[in-house]
Design a protein around this ligand. Structure first.
Ligand SMILES: N[C@@H](CCC(=O)N[C@@H](CS)C(=O)NCC(=O)O)C(=O)O
Length: 333
């Protein structure tokens, strides 16, 4: 990380790890730094191999949650290993804990790291970016393959099929004939919903380009999504695709976290968006999905790690809508 000398001559981070807003009060997400691909192409540096790659996630993080879901749906649990960081993120970033210390945590048995940042420095000693989850690690070359969730889910979706049983081989969440439509929806959903909640929540000024504008955009997009789901079971093509998975991890965090913590409180999923709620329940009830949701990690991470937003660290009692309730489909579906 870039550093500067402080008054006492010691090195200090130029940009506090817990300080996300720019000087203008606007939240700007930095692009992910490791962008290699696991590929079946001849002589690929990272070919698909069982038990070669390891995934580092936080249950709290909506971006990492996407990768957990695709790993589960594709049945890659025995092919790609998993570590889960502690929900609490402090000055040194994500930390590993034992399940005794923090139920749900899975320590780093691959690198025996205490903090996620150690992996980034192993991969690149001069690394100057953020230490983010998800992180996809190559045990053979001892480096990070990729730390961008949208790319990790594409790899999981297709490159390990040779190692899967016939029942799951070839199942895709990015079918060729729907790609243009999926890409188009992903683009505005990313900007105004997935990242939109962060832009509203981390804004440190009220007006234009910061809090208010971004908060309004979230609800314009939720209204648009509600409309799509009023006549469609899923976002694209009547089947579960990557577009649903990417949106879903934000929607299930919406009422318990973003509504209060990120001040996205014009409407709630449970009270104001019946079709988004039906769709959220439907996906939650797909086998294996519920196991990827850890609401304790989600709530405790946001409310306890972002002390600039919630200095007391008090965590609200609500968990959002009960996603295990029966799915009631509208007649139009
Ligand atoms: N664009 C990345 C974003 C990942 C990301 O921002 N992860 C957050 C957790 S939700 C993180 O690890 N933040 C740590 C930090 O920025 O210091 C992706 O989709 O993978």
């Amino acid at each position: 990380m870039a550093s500067s000398n402080s008054d006492d001559g010691t090195k200090k981070p130029q940009e506090g790890i817990l300080n996300w807003a720019s000087p203008t009060g606007e939240f700007r997400r930095k692009p992910s730094s490791f962008r290699d691909f696991i590929s079946k192409k001849p002589n690929a540096r990272f070919p698909p191999e069982p038990n070669r790659y390891h995934l580092y996630v936080s249950y709290a993080c909506p971006w990492a949650h996407r990768t957990l879901i695709v790993r589960a749906l594709k049945g890659l649990e025995d092919i790609i290993g998993l570590s889960v960081v502690d929900y609490l993120m402090q000055e040194k970033g994500w930390k590993f804990s034992t399940p005794e210390q923090t139920p749900g945590a899975i320590p780093d048995t691959v690198n025996n790291a205490q903090y996620l940042r150690e992996l980034y420095f192993k991969a690149e000693p001069e690394y100057g970016g953020r230490f983010t989850v998800p992180t996809l690690w190559d045990k053979k070359l001892g480096t990070i393959v990729n730390n961008e969730s949208s790319e990790i889910i594409r790899m999981f979706n297709e490159v390990f099929d040779d190692y899967l049983p016939d029942a799951t081989k070839g199942i895709t969440y990015y079918p060729e004939h729907l790609r243009a439509e999926i890409d188009a929806i992903n683009e505005w959903v990313y900007d105004t919903v997935n990242n939109g909640v962060y832009k509203a929540g981390f804004a440190t000024t009220q007006q234009a380009c910061t809090y208010e504008q971004n908060a309004h955009k979230i609800f314009e997009s939720l209204d648009r999504l509600e409309d799509i789901l009023s006549t469609n079971e899923f976002l694209v093509g009547g089947v579960l695709t990557e577009a649903d998975i990417r949106l879903w991890t934000t929607i299930i965090r919406f009422d318990p976290v973003y509504h209060g913590h990120f001040k996205a409180n014009l409407k709630s999923i449970e009270k104001d968006y019946p079709n988004l709620l039906r769709w959220a329940r439907q996906i939650y009830q797909i086998p294996k999905i519920a196991d990827t949701v850890n609401m304790h990690h989600i709530k405790n991470h946001y409310y306890q790690s972002h002390k600039q937003i919630n200095p007391t660290g008090v965590v609200p009692i609500g968990n959002g809508p009960d996603l295990s309730k029966p799915v009631i489909k509208a007649q139009k579906l």
